[in-house]
Design a protein around this ligand. Structure first.
Ligand SMILES: [Zn+2]
Ligand SMILES: [Zn+2]
Length: 338
């Protein structure tokens, strides 16, 4: 049974998820053959190997939980959270622990078992973003769910245990510490300056230009000044907005265009790259927030969390974001150093 447990001194929460011990790990095979040696549960035709679909985009003449789909959302077979709150939890009365319940779903991005080097066309990313929005809207209707993280683990170094392209979403009964800290800092800054701190930063970055990767009236992509990872890239809406689920089709289309281009470029710059995608959006039931700005983060996994990082909480990034942005801008020459 999953539990959320808190270090009472550090106020740092962890999700203890014993059910995750038996996850599949087909990577040794996947990397050598390009195909897993057992039937892939996410390939078209193998729908019976997953739980029933909770959301799907399928052709009108196909039947539920059979072939004929292009995006399919199913429950994770190895969920990090329990489906319902548990009644008895160790340490709950002292406030150190609570039930680790919620939703953990897999968003199967495509019926095809694409290689790791492939990325989707912008139109397909756009459809995936619409599915993300729908999941967030649906989670709002589940009493007790507070926050959802949509993410993608791409490649073995990013923690992917199945190589068929898929994203995941975990919805939780508690807003994670890092999100709470950002909400509070953003609100504080908004009260001081009358402006969202990310909007301020965006204006400054557009003026400076040195860390920009792509710009459009709808979306800006840049390597943040304090990038934790080499080639870390954030994509933000140009117009202030706290909730991804309220982004309009024009923003989603441009977000998709930029994401597809940057992932293609990253694969050229660092072939075989593993990365995480993380959608940072406001809590499910928060009103529109003036101090919080949603974003999509691309977090390449070229460097690990080693002793220094665990000891300090600080990351060592050997690639300056200015250089990373220069290499990721599609028209620039590679390898200029700097
Ligand atoms: Zn597959
Ligand atoms: Zn903003």
């Amino acid at each position: 049974m999953s539990e959320l447990r808190c270090d009472p001194l550090l106020k740092r929460w962890v999700l203890i998820a014993p059910g995750r011990e038996s996850r599949p790990d087909d990577f040794a095979v996947a990397i050598t053959n390009g195909q897993p040696d057992h039937p892939c549960p996410f390939c078209e035709g193998n729908e019976s190997l997953t739980g029933p679909e909770v959301l799907v985009r399928r052709s009108t003449n196909s039947t539920a939980n059979g072939p004929g789909w292009d995006i399919r959302v199913v429950p994770n077979r190895y969920p990090a959270v329990a489906p319902e709150p548990a009644s008895q939890i160790w340490g709950a009365t002292a406030g150190f622990s609570e039930s680790g319940w919620g939703r953990h779903e897999v968003i199967v991005e495509t019926p095809r078992h694409l290689p790791l080097t492939a990325t989707h066309a912008p139109e397909h990313w756009h459809r995936l973003f619409e599915v993300f929005q729908q999941r967030l809207m649906d989670f709002r209707t589940v009493a007790g769910l507070q926050h959802a993280i949509v993410f993608k683990n791409h490649g073995p170094a990013a923690g992917a245990s199945l190589m068929h392209p898929h994203c995941q979403v975990i919805a939780l009964p508690r807003v994670p510490d890092a999100v709470t800290a950002e909400l509070q800092a953003g609100e504080q800054r908004w009260h001081q300056a009358g402006k969202c701190p990310r909007c301020e930063l965006l204006d400054a970055e557009i003026e400076a230009g040195t860390r920009l990767v792509a710009t459009a009236p709808e979306v800006v992509a840049w390597c943040p000044p304090a990038s934790r990872f080499p080639y870390e890239t954030w994509l933000l809406p140009r117009q202030h907005s706290s909730h991804f689920e309220s982004a309009d089709p024009g923003v989603l289309a441009e977000l998709a265009r930029q994401l597809s281009g940057i992932l293609t470029r990253l694969e050229q710059v660092v072939p075989g790259l593993s990365y995480n995608l993380v959608l940072q959006t406001a809590p499910l039931h928060a009103p529109a927030l003036a101090g919080f700005h949603w974003r999509l983060e691309i977090l390449p996994r070229l460097t690990g969390m080693a002793g220094f990082e665990w000891g300090s909480g600080w990351f060592i990034n050997p690639v300056a974001p200015e250089r990373a942005a220069r290499e990721l801008r599609c028209n620039d020459r590679l390898g200029e150093g700097g």
